[in-house]
Design a protein. Structure first.
Length: 202
């Protein structure tokens, strides 16, 4: 199964909405059929909205840190967008980070970990970052790389040269111009297959 997870900064500027929409449209066009998204504002909201608009909500799994009634949400939770996705047929994993009795930070990290763990080995994890110093997003990227996922990052408004490595056994490379992820960088290790059709490399 072709699968990809989308993530990124909660404060991602709306000016990057066309980029997120273009990437998602390209993924759909290349035959990727399973999508995973979080529940926050910014990148999550842009990705989820684009997937709903593209008519593929039934192929989307949304991992939330709040309940179906909205309990556990905070100011950066995209509750309305998640409800729209649910209405459109998306599979919602409510409280994916654990019960609301847990601290918010714990639930957010566990939610992201659950989303990454749900993706088959060889899938893609694609992030849209507003800063090279985004602890939560970079933690998720490290987890995804350790799981064997292809990690793609779109630096939105900063130079990719300042992005820290994910581990000691790899490095960032630019994606090919023929890739559906043109303009991004990819984490490369000796185990990465750069001909992986999931990432759109030809």
């Amino acid at each position: 199964m072709n699968a990809i997870g989308f993530a990124g900064s909660r404060d991602l500027s709306p000016t990057f909405t066309p980029l997120v929409t273009r990437v998602i449209a390209s993924c759909i066009a290349t035959g990727i059929s399973s999508f995973t998204v979080g529940c926050a504002s910014g990148a999550d909201t842009m990705a989820l909205s684009a997937l709903i608009s593209a008519g593929v909500a039934r192929q989307v799994s949304v991992f939330t840190a709040f309940s179906a009634s909205g309990i556990g949400a905070w100011h950066s939770s995209a509750v309305a967008t998640v409800y729209s996705a649910s209405t459109a047929g998306a599979h919602i994993i409510w409280l994916a980070g654990g019960p609301v009795t847990l601290p918010l930070t714990t639930r957010l990290r566990a939610r992201s970990s659950a989303a990454i763990a749900s993706l088959p080995i060889g899938s893609t994890w694609c992030s849209f970052l507003s800063s090279a110093f985004s602890p939560g997003s970079m933690r998720s990227a490290r987890l995804a790389a350790a799981r064997g996922l292809t990690v793609i990052v779109f630096p939105c408004g900063f130079s990719p040269s300042i992005l820290l490595p994910l581990s000691s056994n790899g490095h960032w490379i630019s994606t090919p111009t023929s890739s559906i992820f043109t303009g991004a960088i990819m984490w490369c290790t000796t185990t990465v297959n750069t001909n992986n059709t999931l990432t759109g490399f030809k």
